[in-house]
Design a protein around this ligand. Structure first.
Ligand SMILES: [Ca+2]
Ligand SMILES: [Ca+2]
Length: 161
């Protein structure tokens, strides 16, 4: 049912924006416990968001998979993915969740990465996608990062047009 149409941040040496627009964050990558990500510590904190419009063939549904990193002291915040401004994925993260991975070396806050797998009804020829958080402090205090983004569509049969 699902056809892969786009992928970003899938290579270990790719830490750039890969054509996505960055607002409120530093256009740079970060390495956490040997895993490279786009954004992350000192890059994506309060107000940071990455956005892209992606052209699509006829379809009726889309699915997004990615790896989302929560780093340091998230005190009551959530990460999210929007399609056309609608939240198709969100997840709250706790301050101490879960492993001491990386991030702020002085205080050794904890980090975690989770797999996003979300789908939504969608038929527009261009999809607008935003990835961000509701963090409210600087990126050396709380930050997020992303990698391994995959966009899939469910294509229309003749009946779908
Ligand atoms: Ca904090
Ligand atoms: Ca905060």
């Amino acid at each position: 049912m699902w056809d892969l149409v786009s992928s970003f941040w899938t290579k270990d040496d790719t830490l750039g924006n890969e054509g996505w627009a960055v607002v409120g964050g530093k256009d740079a990558g970060f390495t956490c416990a040997g895993i490279q990500m786009y954004g992350g510590f000192n890059n994506f904190g309060r107000g940071a968001k990455v956005s892209k419009k992606i052209d699509l063939p006829p379809h009726y549904r889309l699915k997004i998979k990615l790896t989302y990193f929560k780093l340091d002291s998230w005190d009551g915040h959530e990460g999210w993915v929007l399609v056309e401004g609608e939240k198709i994925w969100k997840r709250p993260f706790g301050v101490s969740e879960v492993y001491k991975l990386c991030g702020h070396g002085e205080y050794s806050w904890k980090g975690i990465f989770v797999g996003v797998d979300a789908e939504v009804a969608h038929s527009k020829s261009v999809a607008r996608i935003d990835i961000g958080s509701d963090l409210d402090e600087t990126p050396d205090n709380e930050s997020f990062g992303i990698r391994d983004f995959f966009l899939y569509i469910a294509k229309c049969s003749k009946a779908c047009n």
